[in-house]
Design a protein. Structure first.
Length: 128
């Protein structure tokens, strides 16, 4: 038994569903037009000459913008110059470096000695 209907039946069903979709889309467009909602492809509603859509934006002259920008740069420069200078990087003296190296050698010698005592002597039998 075939799992799906033949190709012709499916093609006819597709045509039917597409026509239903077109009808529904037209009905939705008509209802939106009655409600005054904008949909994709519809132009914005033009306000009449007597009523304004909203408050007018204030325009700022180029000289005013320039003055504000200069004042902001001046504030940033003052903040940048007011910061404390960074502390100079600390340097390790030669004697300090030698002391650290010597302490590390001593530490690792103790670690390896403790490890050797824990595992016991290799290759020899302990004398009893």
């Amino acid at each position: 038994m075939a799992r799906y209907a033949d190709h012709g039946l499916l093609a006819m069903a597709l045509v039917g569903y597409e026509s239903e979709r077109a009808k529904i889309k037209a009905a939705i467009t008509e209802i939106r037009a009655k409600l005054g909602q904008r949909g994709p492809g519809r132009p914005k509603v033009v306000a009449s000459e007597t009523e304004q859509a909203g408050p007018q934006k204030r325009a700022m002259s180029a000289s005013s913008r320039r003055r504000i920008a200069m004042a902001q740069r001046k504030r940033w420069a003052a903040i940048k110059n007011a910061k404390a200078p960074a502390k100079p990087k600390r340097k390790l003296s030669a004697a300090g470096g030698k002391a650290i190296v010597e302490a590390l050698r001593k530490r690792w010698a103790a670690v390896s000695k403790a490890k050797a005592q824990k595992s016991g002597p290799k290759g020899r039998k302990a004398a009893a």
